[in-house]
Design a protein around this ligand. Structure first.
Ligand SMILES: [Cu+2]
Length: 141
């Protein structure tokens, strides 16, 4: 009887670990913002064992009024422009890179400037894994 219980507990632990779809988020960070700047960008690297799709993002209003998924692209005129994207794919055999000059999470109407050394939580929503909260570190880079 004891052994059976142990097996059940182990199975429950395995099930709860598997529930996140093998999502792993590496080095979430945000660039520190100048005092008068009203927007900020968040970067990270996302991998998912079975692949997944990032469909949404949210931050507390104590950080910013709005968070959006953005992509920076070179326009035909050679200028950099960014636009909101509905989602971002995390490939099963690769990684999704959010980095300066490409995909990023845009924070709009910052409540306060982002200061080096600060951290704040960001809630990511994935199609398969559901909501995943990460702690973003603010730094100079
Ligand atoms: Cu942006």
């Amino acid at each position: 009887m004891k052994r059976l219980l142990l097996v059940i507990v182990m199975a429950l632990i395995a099930a709860s670990c598997g529930g996140d779809g093998g999502i792993e988020i590496d080095d979430p960070w945000a660039r520190s913002s100048a005092r008068m700047q009203n927007a900020g960008a968040v970067y990270m690297t996302i991998t998912a064992d079975d692949g997944d799709t990032l469909t949404g993002v949210a931050v507390d209003s104590s950080v910013a009024m709005m968070a959006e998924l953005h992509e920076t692209q070179m326009s035909d005129e050679g200028t950099m422009a960014m636009q909101e994207v509905p989602n971002m794919a995390v490939p099963a055999d690769g990684e999704l890179n959010l980095e300066p000059g490409g995909f990023h999470i845009m924070l709009m109407q910052l409540a306060e400037p982002l200061e080096s050394g600060d951290t704040f939580p960001v809630t990511l929503t994935f199609e398969n894994a559901g909501e995943v909260v990460v702690d973003v570190e603010v730094r100079e880079e």
